[in-house]
Structures are given as C-alpha cells and as structure tokens.
Design a protein around this ligand. Structure first.
Ligand SMILES: *Cc1c(COP(=O)(O)O)cnc(C)c1O
Length: 365
C-alpha cells in the first residue's frame, strides 16, 4: 500500500518514550486491575469532557450496555437508535433484553434526524441513543428537547467522537450519560480493548461503577448481577499519555480533512457536510459516490487503502433477522451503506500521502 488506511504503529512511535515509561511503571507496581492509574485516568478524562464522573470499562459496547442497565432498561422496553450506526449501538440495547428501534439519519450529516424521532416513540420507549457518527456531533438540542417532552433518557454513543464539540461543549457531556470506546483505531485509542462511561448523574455513575465490577461495591458483597467489564491499569496508563495528545492529533486530522475538502471540491464526490455548530474530530473522512464499489477497487489498485463505514446496516444483518426488517425499510441508511467510502485520515498522514490520494481520485471522478 502506498497510502494505508491506518497505521497504528505511527502513534506509538511518536510517543514511545512516554508509553514505555507508563508500561514499566504499571508492571513494576504489581497492581493490574482497578488501581491508581484507572482512578487518575477517570479523573482526567472526566475533566477533559467537562463532566463530574468517568467510569472506565472493558469496551465501548459494554460502556453503553452498562449505562442502559444502570438506567433500569430491560425486557419490554424500546430504545431509539440510528438505523445507520455501527451494530454495537444496537447490541448494547439487545443485551438488556430491550428492543432497538431504528430511526433514519439526516442524508447530509449522517446523524440521527431529529424530525423523524417522534414518529418512533411509543409508551414503551425509554431512551434515545444519538451516535456522533464519523466524529461529527449529532444535533443534540432538538433531540434533548423531544426526550424531555416524552420523559426519555438521552445517552450519547461517543465512541467515534473524543474531543468533538457541539456548540462549544464536548461530546460526552451533552446527554444523561455517554459511552466511549478506546478501541485502538479510535481517536483516543488504547493498545487493546477499553471503554468508559461519562455522566453528571450521581446515581447512574454509582450504578455503573458497581455493575462493571460484578455488581459489587464492597469485595464479596454483591448488590446486583453485574458484569466483569473493567478498564485495566496498563490501558489506563497508556490512555493517560494519549489523552495529552488528543487535541493536537485531532487538529492534525482536521488539516487532512480541510485539504480533502478543498482539493476534491470539483469532483463528483459528495463531500462531508459540517453544520456551523459542529466541531467534528474526523474519526473518518467519508465521501459518497454512486459507483463506490468500483471506485474502491480502483483505489486498491493504485495503492490507496479505504474502508466502508458500514456496508450492511444493522436492520439487514442476519443477527437482527428476528426483527423482521426488509430491504427498503430504511432507504436513507441503505443508500448511505451503498455509497459511502472512508478515505485515509489521521494525525500521522504526510502531505505526500494526501496528495497521492488526491491525484488518484481526480483521475477517477
Ligand atoms: C467502536 C464503536 C462502538 C463499540 O466500541 P468497542 O470498544 O469496539 O466495543 C460502539 N459504537 C460505535 C459508533 C463505535 O464506532
């Protein structure tokens, strides 16, 4: 590959000294689960997001699931989710026994369309989970307004939005609670699986903290049937180092996005649309093109790595066949699935890499 989609060695090499020191510190401490590194990271990430509580978890999926469990959501309940999200948003709901209720995105922002939410609300609805997809914040104010009117929770899926801003406020501080993923490829990525919950709600925070650790507050005393979903000390120590880089690395992503926005403006590609209140962090740079599959093949031949986020929407996955959806039920999401393509973007892309992508693309579309 001339330009790989992502090279996770590069962030390691840039801050190798600090990461290796964090590794040595934890290894020598003799303490590997729920200790001082996790506590320190939780405080630092809560402060970064502008919330009172952060609770480290084993993954982003489990962070979302723990929030729903803490809110008492379970069998018989409905939770509104975007039809075009990564399947983890849906799975977090399904694991509680509740049913994910898909709502179409806005065709331009790819985020939950507030105008379509109310039609999906029933007496069973308990929560709405907007996803800040591709690193761009969802339009939270109208979503929260609808939720308040119907007495629903709002939980952010912030797995792609570390540092993203909505009207000047950080993703993760906008609803009742938020789930983050620190999967290695995310903007704030660990070196393995990890996640976190952020919230200003003291009760939810206390329950998530208990539920992530077997439902136990005091060792061998169990208040709930909890999970084992803990952030470990090594990952927390790595994340503390990487959190200090986050804003700079996000701004380097923005430079790549700005380059593409300008260089590709005259092509037939549909470029990302950013509302004026949004401060995206470009987790991925997603273009749309009717001949997407063909284009992706040609890019591979030219040595340019791309990915599709996502090729099959959850309602058409075999995993969700019991819900009985069919092709055509969510046309906007299906159109997006057919046409989106994510170009290489990241804090470690060189000018030559961006120019190679540009040169190949203008020759093709
Ligand atoms: C990555 C991701 C998740 C799940 O996070 P994991 O840490 O992989 O469990 C959830 N939702 C969205 C939108 C994601 O991109």
């Amino acid at each position: 590959m001339t330009v790989p989609f992502l090279d996770l060695k590069l962030p390691y090499l840039e801050i190798k000294g600090e990461l290796d020191a964090a590794y040595a510190r934890v290894m020598r401490s003799g303490w590997y689960i729920l200790g001082s590194e996790v506590e320190a990271f939780e405080q630092e990430f809560a402060a970064y997001c502008g919330v009172n509580h952060c609770i480290g978890t084993g993954s982003g999926l489990e962070a979302l699931h723990l929030i729903l469990r803490a809110a008492g959501i379970g069998p018989g309940d409905h939770v509104i989710v975007p039809a075009n999200t990564y399947i983890a948003t849906w799975l977090a709901v399904s694991y509680t026994g509740a049913t994910p209720i898909p709502v179409e995105p806005d065709e331009h922002t790819y985020n939950l369309d507030p105008r379509q939410i109310e039609a999906a609300i029933t007496p069973k609805t308990k929560a709405i989970i907007p996803v800040h997809l591709y690193g761009q914040p969802a339009d939270m104010d109208p979503i929260i307004e609808i939720a308040r009117r119907h007495g629903l929770w709002v939980f952010e899926d912030s797995a792609q939005a570390h540092g993203a801003l909505y009207k000047g406020r950080h993703a993760g501080s906008l609803g009742d609670a938020a789930g983050f993923s620190f999967y290695p490829g995310k903007n704030l990525g660990a070196f393995g699986d990890a996640g976190a919950v952020t919230t200003n709600n003291d009760t939810l925070a206390e329950r998530v903290r208990t539920l992530r650790n077997y439902g136990s507050r005091i060792k061998y005393v169990n208040d709930y049937k909890g999970l084992n979903s803990r952030l470990d000390e090594l990952q927390a120590a790595f994340l503390r180092v990487k959190l200090r880089q986050l804003d700079e690395w996000n701004s380097r992503r923005s430079l790549v996005a700005a380059y593409y926005n300008e260089a590709l403006a005259d092509t037939r590609l549909i470029l990302p649309y950013v509302p004026e209140w949004a401060g995206p962090v470009w987790h991925v740079y997603v273009i749309r093109y009717a001949g997407r599959n063909n284009l992706q093949q040609q890019l591979i031949q030219a040595g340019i790595g791309t990915l599709i986020h996502y090729p099959i929407p959850p309602h058409l996955q075999k995993a969700y066949q019991e819900l009985g959806y069919m092709e055509g039920d969510f046309p906007v999401s299906e159109l997006i699935a057919h046409e989106v393509l994510s170009l290489p973007v990241g804090p470690h892309m060189h000018d030559e890499d961006m120019e190679s992508v540009y040169q190949v693309l203008i020759g093709l579309c």
